[in-house]
Design a protein around this ligand. Structure first.
Ligand SMILES: Nc1ncnc2c1ncn2[C@@H]1O[C@H](COP(=O)(O)OP(=O)(O)OP(=O)(O)O)[C@@H](O)[C@H]1O
Ligand SMILES: [Mg+2]
Length: 225
């Protein structure tokens, strides 16, 4: 079983959306995925409920809630899923620490601006100082095509380099179909049923598949080490 957490001490970076996108892609590929919703906002549980009600929840996805670190541990112990994805609240708390400690890798989604990146730097520094072994990987999220040429984006990238933050080379673009996905019911494949969205969905899914491939590479390297 592989455990992957989505965590950042700052809210709104796109953790839940990314967690659900990855879960959906893995499930489409036939992998059994358990999402543990460890955020009291219950974004993932609410998405799953919408999908269940609409009849679009993939069989390979199950969702459980954890309100305490103990509940999280118990769910992890009893899970038979191939991959467990843990979605955590966007603040520094016991649950975030428990999720990082339990995970094979923690994905830290972060928007590419200096204010967000300063918070992200603090989380990496904290993990390095306090946890023996905790692979954290930054993923730039909600990156707008236009943003990449701005000074704000370059400053954020400079902060990543200056602080030697380990980051995945794939970044997640800001896309209307991701927003639609997280706020509606179903996977990206459901959205692609609208022919006018099919091309956007294809690019959006490729973006997620590339990130999953980066994550698999990292897990392979970690296991060999
Ligand atoms: N890559 C993206 N492109 C466009 N919109 C996005 C993207 N990622 C997230 N969003 C939108 O941004 C909002 C916040 O995303 P999300 O809920 O995933 O963030 P979060 O980090 O889980 O927030 P919280 O800290 O509150 O749990 C949502 O409305 C979502 O649809
Ligand atoms: Mg969330």
């Amino acid at each position: 079983m592989t455990i992957i957490s989505f965590a950042n001490s700052k809210g709104g970076a796109g953790k839940s959306t990314l967690c659900l996108l990855i879960a959906s892609e893995l499930a489409h590929a036939g992998t059994n995925v358990l999402i543990i919703d460890a955020d009291e906002q219950q974004s993932c549980s609410q998405w799953a409920k919408r999908c269940r009600d609409a009849g679009t929840l993939l069989d390979a996805i199950s969702v459980s809630r954890a309100s305490t670190p103990e509940e999280l541990k118990a769910l992890l112990q009893e899970s038979t899923a191939e991959i467990v994805l843990v979605d955590v609240q966007g603040s520094m708390n016991k649950m975030l620490i428990a999720a990082i400690v339990a995970s094979d890798v923690t994905i830290v989604p972060s928007k590419a601006n200096v204010m967000e990146m300063n918070e992200t730097v603090k989380l990496f520094e904290w993990a390095q100082a306090n946890l023996k072994r905790a692979p954290l990987r930054l993923v730039l999220t909600r990156v707008d095509g236009i943003d990449v040429n701005t000074i704000a984006f370059k400053d954020a990238v400079h902060l990543i380099r200056k602080n030697n933050l380990p980051a995945f080379s794939t970044f997640i673009r800001s896309r209307k179909v991701y927003e639609q996905f997280s706020n509606n019911a179903g996977s990206l494949a459901t959205i692609a049923k609208d022919p006018s969205k099919a091309e956007q969905v294809e690019k959006a899914r490729a973006n997620i598949v590339n990130l999953i491939s980066d994550i698999s590479e990292l897990l392979k390297t970690e296991r060999e080490a």
